[in-house]
Design a binder for this molecule. Sequence first.
Ligand code: ACO
Length: 179
Amino acid sequence: MDGRPEGDVLMADMKKSSVALRPMLPSDGPDLAAIFIASIEELTGDDYTPGQQTAWASAADDASAFTARLQAHLTLVAGLAGQSIGFAALKAPDHIEMLYVHPDGVGQGVGTALCEALERLARARGVAAMTVDASDTAQDFFAKRGFVPQLRQTIALGDEWLGRTTMKKALGQTSGHSS
Ligand code: ACO
């Protein structure tokens, strides 16, 4: 267990990286919906069909419902150069509900900063292990962070079926990532 207050945990993450992290505000909803849609449309095409991508992205069609869904969780927003570039949502106490980075910001450590912050927050709350239902696109990202596949699932979204993998990471171990 980390033992530090949540504010200290967030500050530590902000100092380690040029990625700025902050809690979501209700006014972030439309920007986060746009990030969600762009991330799915532009980054997941090697793993999902256009029909599957459309069904997945349609979760943000109703921006106010999408905002309410994010606000029901502990949602962090990542900024790069003053622009919101990604977000992650923790379904308390131990489940990473969402992690999305805008295509313009991938490969710059944004996903790592967000995931690391959620892991630190969970650890500070005494959580022993975290889970995530990882998209096929994100499975290698989570594996690099020490998440281990547990269960293959296929879920129905509208008329489409999408595959994903439940993964688990014991906290307290090193992440295997140098940043
Ligand atoms: N496949 C393989 N490796 C990857 C991928 C990928 N898709 N994405 C990142 N990595 C690797 C990077 O190469 C890097 O490796 P390194 O440390 O050896 O250099 C490491 O993971 C960390 O990369 P970051 O730059 O921190 O990750 P990034 O900011 O690009 O975000 C993410 C990764 C979140 C997977 C992003 O690509 C994304 O949004 N993808 C599309 C949407 C998606 O599938 N989100 C997850 C849905 S499941 C859920 O929400 C629970």
